[in-house]
Design a protein around this ligand. Sequence first.
Ligand SMILES: [Zn+2]
Length: 399
Amino acid sequence: MSKNKMNSQNSSMLQKLSSQTIRLRVVQPPINIKRLLIEYIDKYKGQPGIICVRSTEEGNTLEAYLRARHINVAVSYAPGQMKDQIFITTNLADFRKCPVNVRFMIHISSPKSLGEYLLDIGSVKNDLPCEVILYFKQANTKKQWWTINKRIDIDNEEKIRQYNGLQSVAQYANTSRCLRKEIARYLGGDCHPCHQCSNCLYKGELDDITLESQTLIALVKLAHGQYNKINIAQIVTGSRNQRILENGAKIYEQYGALQHYSQEKVLNLIDYLIATDYLKIRQGRYLFITTAGLEVLENKIAVKRKKFSEYPLRFTSYDKELFEKLRLKRLELAKETKVAPFIVFTNTSLNDMVRVLPQTSAEFLTVEGVGKYRLEHYGDAMMAIIKDYLNEKNLKAVC
Ligand SMILES: [Zn+2]
């Protein structure tokens, strides 16, 4: 991670993060981003939150998704007017000029650098506790990486600056250290562990990843800095990429050694090894081994990391009565068709039905986990239950 000299702006950011009201979180797949958003909106029902998206198109899709679930969302912002809404934005410039009190801020796409992320955090007032969540998806970062790589309108120096930016976020997302300490390190300072970020609060088991780490570190050592991290991930997963094969990837005994892993998972592992100082990166791209990395190869250090799927999420339905009616219908359908209830619909689908309150086939298809088969086989039965319930309660689905 690049070390910036600690200036007054950096130390005031660190002071803000030390206020104990900013709670840093990192979430990664397999947790589904839409379910994560619903979880946070539910948790802070009736209180404001910000969702940061990368493009207007992404924002529009998300807005439609949340509105279909009867969630009050806004896309234009007038300072001081934000009360109980969920605000979707591509640009926090207005918020930075006039910071707001929100209960959560979620970036559903990675910022270009940790520095940019910190500017965004600066747009949150710290009067009330606020959860600041980064949803990190390695596949998106890989795409951003290739976009920079292909650009011909910027010079090498600018490319390195942009690679370093992406790398700073990837390391923040994959470190096991206290997230506040990680930011302090990035800013060129230090601080005590915060005891309230997602890493400090992690109580789950740790995966022993020593063997996988040794495979990666050994390959980096042999390659003498000629490969970037995507190349390394391609080699160990046994990629058939022509350029990699032409460059002699198969001569390494590590070729295909981690073929049961996805490239994204290996890239996360590499970012973890960089964040933990077992590997280092130069010129924004090329991987090298460190002294600590050598100790891993010599079996002097065991490498362990947390499991991302362990992040505690509680999905609750806001209308238990309707959920129960749908659950009983599901049981009936399961008995009729002689399959297990979760084959008919998962609990996630039932919860989402309670939110969407579908009344037409098109609406039913927007429910999580519903495709043509489930619509055709079970759609009418479930929609009849919802319709009766709405009539009984004198409710109308608001779209
Ligand atoms: Zn912490």
